[in-house]
Design a protein around this ligand. Structure first.
Ligand SMILES: [Zn+2]
Length: 190
């Protein structure tokens, strides 16, 4: 009898999953009806397997075609959602990398004159972006804002051997440059 118990115990998980052949099912059922040890084992195992009742009943309530359709459309919805998420992630990353403005410490920018133009050197990583606004009353006084996007900061160092050091600014005969907070960044020495 012990030998049969071993076989039945091996089969009980399959019996619970309802994947046994008819004959094997009858064999297992007959055995657990007459063997207390195996019946206890069966009851323990089948109570461990907790299948959500609503889902199970729903599965069998539906006709096969409806069930197939329902699971197909669920699959399609899941796939569409996955694609939307992936596209969204890349679009989001791209927008972030090209739009997100990281302020640049203006103390890392040095100014110098060349001919009548104001030039600048940026002692930092990557390319520098800036916008320059002339004051209304005097076009020789400028306010400059410096920033970088993640793309400007992290991409150029990957392919540029030398650090970004020079830029000429389209600022002609400048007398004074402020940062946004009104600090003087550069002033022409007479
Ligand atoms: Zn047994």
């Amino acid at each position: 009898m012990k030998y049969e118990c071993d076989i039945v115990k091996d089969l009980i998980p399959l019996y619970i999953d309802d994947v046994l052949s008819e004959n094997s099912k009858i064999f297992v059922k007959d055995h657990i009806d007459s063997c207390e040890a195996c019946r206890k084992y069966y009851e323990k195992l089948s109570s461990d397997v907790k299948i959500p009742v609503s889902r199970e009943t729903r599965k069998y309530d539906l006709k096969p075609m409806e069930y197939l359709k329902a699971s197909l459309s669920r699959k399609i919805i899941r796939r569409v959602l996955a694609v939307v998420l992936v596209i969204g992630f890349f679009v989001g990353s791209f927008i972030f990398a090209t739009r997100y403005e990281m302020p640049v410490d203006s103390s890392k920018v040095d100014f110098y004159e060349k001919d009548d133009y104001l030039m600048m050197k940026y002692d930092g990583q990557g390319d520098l972006l800036y916008s320059a606004n002339a004051s209304w009353e005097n076009r020789k006084v400028w306010t400059i804002r410096f920033w970088q996007t993640p793309l400007e900061k992290y991409l150029p160092p990957l392919y540029k051997k030398e650090k970004y050091t020079k830029d000429s600014m389209p600022l002609y005969k400048v007398k004074k440059v402020y940062d946004e907070d009104g600090n003087v960044l550069w002033e022409k020495k007479d």
